[in-house]
Ligand binder design. Structure first.
Ligand code: ADP
Ligand code: ZN
Length: 458
């Protein structure tokens, strides 16, 4: 039963959910995807007001609104969103497990939870309608990049609490594709599924694509000739444009960036269209703000800040002005593809991932971008921070595409070229170690790029 049942908006979406368009149509939800800016904003205001009202069922938001001295009726324009206090991950932890819910548990059918390595885990609840809407968003994305019911979709994400598994599963099923829930790991089996079942689309974290290609090389399987693969959905972890182009080249396919986070639902929040000019964030589902992480004031389009998201269609656990910690910027609000949903740049990283070394702020993605410019270097790298005799240092280990240890001069020159290029980017000179391909660790889920062994944290 839909909580916003009497609300026209949800009825429109529910109708869209039941409808799979004709394969020749470039939109999955044509009406929502082609809204003009004015229509998007009118819809957002209507949905924001309904969401805020609905949030008053949550003990957390009720108290928050009372503390801030605001009432749902105070939200008269979209700009009034700025009257609402931000919600943070800490709020989710403090209200663990069910204190954020805006519906009773009886209305919920699913719970996802993050690992909680730093304190209480966070819990995200879903009603049936939330799950349907989530599938709808993922389906819209997959359709946008040309996938149709006759495609074969393989998902190499872990199933379970990690939303990349079930999220893509339901979305791909909604499109009507044949789905292969291969789950994470076991690369040889992944490759066998791909060749035997004629997989045309694969979802994977970018670091895993590199690993998969290595195993393909060892097994003598060429993705370009031995598989039918034509589309990759890559995301869940930061990666540079250079990394994406490399992945496209080595696999011989288009690789589209996919953004999601469990707090919003999971994958589906933002996705690149065939123009590959930023991720369309779906503004019929979310209000997107970019704010200065220090002052919390909005920044101008084009300027980097923290991504803040407000859910507009969620029932079990709507979140208002959720501080994602992800840093990015607005690229534009129109697109040659016909969608006017805001275009967001690939994530620069999370503010929590920023390395502060000897007072200099560095994002791992800056290092990746430089490494990927050297064709002699492979895709896997590891940044280790250590304290040596009271000095904090960075060591960048990166795998070589091909071993040429016999040519010592060449190795030395490459090492010093990489060092210099990194210094130009990050303003510090790291140690650089070129290591054989396959020698650095590969994680099953999101890649671990930084190991901090410093004794004194800065
Ligand atoms: P966790 O918080 O445990 O990592 P999530 O799966 O919810 O669990 O992760 C969401 C986060 O993953 C985002 O906030 C963002 O930092 C990162 N992320 C997701 N998709 C992308 C992407 N396409 N590019 C960069 N980072 C991404
Ligand atoms: Zn577009």
């Amino acid at each position: 039963m839909c909580i916003f049942a009497k609300d026209n908006i949800t009825n429109i979406i529910n109708m869209a959910q039941k409808h799979i368009p004709d394969s020749s149509c470039q939109y999955f939800n044509e009406k929502e995807e082609t809204l003009t800016r004015e229509q998007i904003e009118a819809l957002q205001l209507e949905r924001l007001q309904a969401t805020v009202k609905h949030c008053m069922n949550s003990p957390f938001y009720k108290a928050r609104f009372e503390e801030a001295g605001i009432k749902p009726e105070d939200i008269k324009t979209l700009d009034d969103i700025r009257k609402i206090p931000f919600t943070t991950k800490k709020d989710l932890r403090d209200t663990y497990p069910f204190g954020m819910a805006s519906t009773s548990l009886k209305d919920c059918i699913r719970l996802h939870s993050s690992s909680g390595t730093t304190g209480n885990p966070t819990v995200i609840l879903h009603t049936q309608n939330d799950i349907d809407e989530w599938a709808n968003q993922v389906a819209r994305n997959l359709w946008m990049v040309g996938l149709r019911p006759d495609d074969v979709f393989q998902n190499s994400s872990g199933y379970g609490m990690f939303t990349g598994g079930l999220g893509f599963q339901y979305g791909a099923e909604r499109v009507g594709m044949l789905t292969i829930p291969a789950a994470a790991g076991n690369s040889l089996r992944q490759i066998k599924f791909m060749t035997d079942f004629g997989t045309t689309a694969l979802h994977a974290v970018p670091s895993y694509v590199t690993r998969l290609k290595e195993v393909m090389d060892q097994a003598g399987v060429d993705p370009k000739t031995d598989t039918k693969l034509r589309v990759l959905a890559i995301g869940a972890e930061p990666h540079s444009e250079e990394q994406r182009r490399r992945i496209e080249e080595m696999m011989g396919v288009k690789a589209y960036n996919s953004f999601g986070m469990s707090e919003m639902c999971g994958p589906g929040v933002g996705f690149e269209c065939p123009e590959q000019n930023g991720l369309h964030f779906w503004e019929d589902y979310y209000i997107v703000e970019i704010v200065d992480p220090e002052t919390l004031e909005p920044v101008a389009d084009g300027e980097i800040g923290e991504l803040v998201l407000t859910t507009l269609c969620r029932e079990a656990m709507p979140l208002l002005r959720y501080r994602t910690r992800d840093l990015t910027r607005v690229l534009g609000r129109s697109c040659p593809c016909g969608r006017n949903h805001v275009r967001i740049d690939r994530m620069k990283g999370r503010s929590d991932d920023m390395i502060v070394l000897r007072g200099v702020n560095i994002f791992p993605i800056q290092i990746e971008k430089i490494l990927m410019q050297f064709p002699e270097l492979a895709n896997n790298y590891l940044i280790t921070l250590t304290t040596d005799e009271d000095n904090d240092n960075m060591t960048v280990e990166v795998e070589l595409e091909e071993l040429f240890t016999d040519d010592f001069q060449r190795l030395l020159k490459l090492t010093s070229d990489v060092k210099r290029a990194l210094k130009d980017e990050i303003l510090l000179t790291p140690h650089v170690k070129l290591v054989p391909k396959g020698s650095l660790p590969v994680s099953e889920g999101k890649a671990v790029r930084v190991v901090d062994k410093r004794t004194v944290y800065q």
